[in-house]
Design a protein around this ligand. Structure first.
Ligand SMILES: NC(=O)c1ccc[n+]([C@@H]2O[C@H](COP(=O)([O-])OP(=O)(O)OC[C@H]3O[C@@H](n4cnc5c(N)ncnc54)[C@H](OP(=O)(O)O)[C@@H]3O)[C@@H](O)[C@H]2O)c1
Ligand SMILES: [Zn+2]
Length: 403
């Protein structure tokens, strides 16, 4: 942990513990096998079995993470099929509408799945979606045991998948690496349970906690900038306020690494976004959503619409638009995760509104910034939890979860 330049994996960082040193998988080492042979004591045997389960579950989580930012509205899911102590098939859910992880892994395994164990970080689905229910595929493959990290919070499955498997005589183990699995799918869980995406609030600051320095385009160094682009690639959407559009004209695309661009979301009550802004003129303007007030100037909204961006109305609230309504709209449209790259006004409003889940501060070694403090108008102090501190070049990355 906390190595220089290590990617920010707030949706999967717990996976790094152990996964990094996972020689068992590649070297063909059979986890727990030594304990089986050398120790007949039942308690030790059970402990060895669950350690084996954790090793394969980490592998499933790791596979799931490969599709971060690609599966929404669906969750991130990986699956591993093990028979006779070796992996005989593995896979993950690549994108919505494509086969589920279990099906990919079972297909790879073929006949070798018979009598084996299937590891998957999410309960196999029991419902007909764009693809048939996975529990049918698991049953047909002849799998003897299924290990899941967590139940699928989607009410169409929630427990039904596990009951269906047990009803078919398959042994099911639940809760292996549950915490890691919940962290990995924090966005999906948030959307299903709270009706809104998981929100990561990113802010770059000077040592005096300011977000701007006159005459400088970026506060962060190259390494921190790459982190931001990596996050843009992994999260579904990025959000800024009109203040940021007017001050910086950001493109909000992925350029520092290879990746795909997130959905761009602008909150702009009076439709002041210039049609010449990069978020409007960019490659795919239909991937930009501008939230405006109902009474925004019609000529301006028409110009933006003609430029190809999507305009959505939201109620006005203190200091701008009702960000809760904005988040609900995003949730309804399948957005699991959002990174705010807004300035202090929107950042403060997100915290005050209880809409910011995790904060990522990139502190640069610059003294003497400009403008309001990073979080405008947050009235009461609260301690962040699950704190992580890293060094990115000469910048400090401090992140934590808000209560
Ligand atoms: N260092 C960083 O991480 C960072 C990031 C972004 C920006 N910046 C800097 O921050 C400055 C701009 O700051 P800013 O705070 O004006 O940018 P911002 O937070 O991105 O935008 C603020 C604008 O968003 C609109 N808005 C819509 N709903 C809102 C709500 N519920 N609460 C508050 N505002 C809402 C408001 O305009 P309407 O009322 O017209 O809708 C408001 O003026 C620039 O100097 C920029 O360079 C720094
Ligand atoms: Zn499924």
């Amino acid at each position: 942990m906390n190595r220089v330049g290590e990617p920010v994996l707030e949706f999967g960082e717990a996976l790094e513990i152990g996964v990094r040193g996972d020689p068992s998988i590649k070297a063909g080492w059979k986890p727990g096998s030594n304990a089986f042979e050398s120790d007949r004591h039942e308690g030790r045997r059970l402990a060895a079995v669950s350690e084996t389960d954790r090793v394969y579950m980490r592998r499933a989580l790791r596979l799931a993470l490969r599709a971060a930012g690609r599966t929404s509205p669906n969750p991130l899911v990986g699956a591993v099929v093990v028979n006779d102590g070796s992996i005989v098939g593995e896979g993950y859910h690549h994108a919505a509408g494509e086969p589920h992880a279990e099906v990919n892994a079972l297909q790879k395994a073929g006949d070798r799945a018979r009598g084996g164990t299937l590891y998957t970080n999410l309960e196999p689905c029991a419902h007909q979606g764009r693809t048939p229910p996975c529990i049918d595929a698991v049953r047909e493959a002849g799998v003897a045991r299924v290990v899941v990290a967590m139940r699928d919070p989607d009410p169409r499955t929630d427990g039904k998948g596990i009951r269906g498997l047990r009803g078919a005589g398959i042994e099911v183990e639940e809760g292996v690496l549950r915490e890691e699995a919940e962290r990995l799918n924090a966005g999906f869980i948030s959307r299903i349970k709270r009706g809104r995406p998981f929100v990561l609030l990113k802010l770059a600051t000077t040592v005096d906690g300011r977000v701007a320095v006159p005459g400088r385009r970026y506060l962060s160094g190259k390494s921190a900038l790459r982190e931001v682009h990596r996050l843009r690639d992994r999260l579904d959407a990025v959000l800024v306020g009109i203040g940021t559009v007017l001050a910086d004209d950001p493109a909000l695309t992925v350029r520092e690494i290879k990746g795909r661009d997130p959905l761009r979301v602008i909150v702009d009550a009076d439709a002041r976004t210039p049609p010449s802004a990069k978020v409007v003129r960019g490659r795919d303007p239909q991937r930009t959503v501008i939230f405006v007030a109902r009474d925004a100037d019609v000529r301006r909204t028409n110009k933006l619409r003609e430029a190809g961006v999507l305009l959505v109305t939201a109620p006005r609230a203190d200091g701008g638009l009702d960000l809760g309504a904005v988040m609900r709209w995003l949730g309804e449209h399948g957005v699991n995760t959002v990174m705010s790259e807004a300035g202090p006004h929107v950042a403060g409003a997100l915290v005050r509104g209880g809409l910011a889940d995790r904060v990522l501060l990139l502190v640069s070694p610059i003294a003497g910034g400009d403008g309001p403090p990073a979080l405008e108008g947050v009235p009461k102090a609260s301690d962040l939890t699950d704190v992580r501190v890293r060094r990115l070049g000469d910048d400090l990355a401090l992140e934590g979860t808000l209560a």
